[in-house]
Design a protein around this ligand. Structure first.
Ligand SMILES: Cc1cc2nc3c(=O)[nH]c(=O)nc-3n(C[C@H](O)[C@H](O)[C@H](O)COP(=O)(O)O)c2cc1C
Ligand code: SF4
Length: 594
């Protein structure tokens, strides 16, 4: 490989920051369809990192590969809602048409077809990525056309534009999505009122983080501001990997200026000069438009030196791409990833507000949280508190998908009941909703009067609907696979527990489990909850534990009523031995229990 061909590769000392490693690897992957060994050597020299460190980073991220993928590298989104709209059948058909075995490049190197975790297009699935670019609304016609485009070696730039169209799909607006304040109004408010007054407004607004955990935003910003250090950082978490969540995609597509306002506001308050937007690799198509908005803001004096003419108000934002790792949405893993490393969650405490990016005080907030903060600066705490509930002020954006007539983005005041949401989105005959994604809560129809709020059903934004025709065990199976795929492998309860749980779910699914296995699932799930190192392992058993108690029938109806059943058919496993010995008499078979 000629390294002259590597665009934007490190050539000067300023480009030789080790924290840029993942960004260089991401570029190389899409330029060559893999990371050639020469580029590992090159980066090792330029970034002063060992080759083994670089190999370790490549191995961590599912979008990076050390051996060549196909020229067209296709990844079908593997969320349960993609399954519900026929993704597996379409993928099987494409593989058949192209003569491809899933996961393996075709012999001529033209194409690879595989699956990947939810790509954030559940309202317009089934979806896939081709060389990182999102294709939505797959159907038989599109699959036939894609197969032909690949066989005729048509460049992706010449594929029909409509294949790559991603719609916002906003179905309901409240004060956040219908706000018409001008770009930079939040920064003007900061300059006019001063950072102490605006921080007080954010605190008294009661704003809590919209990424899932619901930590108080004002308190987080104050802790960070109070931490003494040479530098402070602002990080926007746009990893959005929770299956069924796609609201940040829409905010970044149509409200990016307000997200950047919120980040600059935070910077002005905590004293940060530098910010990062960590954008999930699946949203590659958003990167270029976001870079253009950042440049426009620099041109308009809203980023860079002396923002809006205020001396010393210096702040700029860099976009870093993720590369297919759900765990990197967890804030300490995200920081590791921003530093160019494997995204293994850190030990906490210390928390990012004192020891974050480069060990400096760092605020990490969700995309929606930054917009909410910007609007509080403009309209005040009272305005924000005027809707919502006692512990959950303001509104929440929900990404609604699954069995409903109008999937998409819905903004509601906190406190809205699930019943009302289902009416609005046209979900008739729902037996359950899964709120907050794979790590969240399964709510059965008997509990549809419950409310979306931190004090009741809390969510980062995902709400999937399942009608009465669905087998809820398919959902549980999909999530169990997801967590095994996404576990970072660092701690035993999650790494081993997750695999055991997945095997047991499969055992139930295939009709080989007994009561003993259900007890095992419950014990393993409890152990994962209490003994895992981070939130991923602590929540990975939720779908199993929740459905065991709320949907016992999906398990019971498949059980074999014996004390214990092996996970495999022992008699069938002995067929090879019988063939070799030429015996097939009753004595060569193991008796089966009735
Ligand atoms: C496994 C895991 C994945 C997460 N993914 C995201 C994510 O994609 N986006 C997000 O904002 N927060 C995510 N979080 C929560 C973050 O750790 C963190 O709490 C959040 O970014 C803080 O921002 P907020 O206070 O504005 O919500 C995740 C947490 C865990 C444990
Ligand atoms: S709980 Fe899972 S994801 Fe978290 S550190 Fe342990 S292995 Fe990694």
């Amino acid at each position: 490989m000629n390294t002259d061909n590597l665009f934007s590769m490190p050539t000067s000392p300023a480009d030789s920051r080790p924290d840029l490693l993942l960004q260089y690897l991401y570029q190389i992957q899409y330029q060559y369809s893999f990371i050639p060994q020469q580029s590992v050597k090159y980066l090792s020299e330029k970034l002063s990192l060992t080759e083994s460190h670089i190999h370790g980073v490549i191995g961590f991220y599912s979008f990076l590969h050390e051996s060549a993928r196909g020229t067209y590298d296709i990844l079908f989104s593997d969320s349960i809602t993609d399954h519900m709209t026929g993704s597996r059948e379409l993928m099987a058909d494409l593989c058949k048409k192209l003569g491809v075995t899933p996961g393996e490049p075709r012999a001529d190197g033209r194409v690879t077809v595989d699956t990947t975790s939810c790509t954030g297009m559940c309202d317009q699935g089934p979806a896939m990525l081709v060389n990182g670019w999102t294709v939505t609304r797959l159907d038989q016609g599109r699959i036939d056309a894609i197969s032909q485009l690949i066989e005729s070696n048509t460049a992706i730039e010449q594929w029909p534009d409509e294949f790559f169209q991603v719609e916002d799909n906003i179905q309901r607006r409240d004060f956040l999505l219908s706000d018409d304040s001008a770009s930079a109004d939040a920064l003007r408010a900061l300059i006019d009122q001063g950072d102490a007054a605006v921080l007080e407004q954010i605190e008294s607004s009661g704003l809590r983080g919209r990424g899932g955990a619901g930590f108080k935003t004002g308190m987080k910003w104050r802790f960070c501001k109070q931490a003494e250090a040479d530098q402070h950082f602002v990080v926007c978490n746009a990893d959005e990997g929770e299956p069924g969540t796609f609201k940040d995609r829409v905010l970044l597509n149509s409200y990016a200026d307000k997200v950047f306002d919120g980040m600059a506001l935070c910077a002005g308050i905590i004293g940060a000069k530098k910010g990062y937007l960590y954008l999930r690799g699946e949203y590659r198509y958003l990167r270029e438009p976001l870079e253009q908005i950042l440049q426009q803001r620099r041109d308009e004096g809203l980023l860079g030196k002396d923002i809006l003419g205020k001396q010393g108000f210096d702040f700029d934002i860099e976009i870093h791409m993720g590369a297919g790792a759900y765990i990197c949405g967890e804030e300490s893993s995200l920081i590791e990833s921003l530093e160019g490393k494997r995204g293994i969650p850190r030990k906490r405490p210390p928390f990012p507000v004192t020891n974050g990016y480069m060990d400096q005080p760092t605020v990490v907030n969700n995309v929606e949280t930054f917009i909410s903060a910007a609007l509080i600066a403009v309209h005040g705490a009272e305005w924000f508190r005027s809707v919502g509930t006692a512990e959950s002020s303001g509104t929440k954006l929900l990404s609604i998908s699954g069995d409903c007539e109008k999937p998409g983005i819905y903004e509601y005041p906190f406190g809205v009941s699930i019943q009302d949401i289902l009416k609005d989105c046209g979900a008739i005959d729902a037996q359950a909703v899964q709120v907050a994604g794979a790590a969240g809560m399964t709510v059965p129809a008997e509990e549809f009067e419950r409310r979306i709020a931190f004090e009741d059903v809390s969510t980062g934004g995902s709400l999937m609907v399942f009608n009465r025709e669905r087998d809820m065990l398919d959902m549980v199976k999909n999530f169990a696979d997801f967590f095994v795929h996404e576990s970072c492998g660092f701690c035993t309860p999650c790494r081993v527990g997750g695999s055991l749980l997945k095997d047991l779910v499969n055992k139930v699914h295939s009709g080989h489990a007994g009561e003993y296995d259900l007890k095992e699932m419950s014990n393993i799930g409890q152990l994962m909850r209490t003994a895992s190192h981070c939130g991923l392992g602590a929540t990975a058993a939720n779908p199993v534990l929740d459905t065991l108690s709320k949907f016992p029938n999906i398990y019971q109806k498949r059980l074999k009523h014996t004390g214990y059943e092996p996970a495999f058919d022992l008699d069938a496993a002995l067929q090879d031995a019988r063939d070799i010995t030429g015996r097939d008499d009753p004595g060569a078979h193991i008796g089966t229990e009735s």
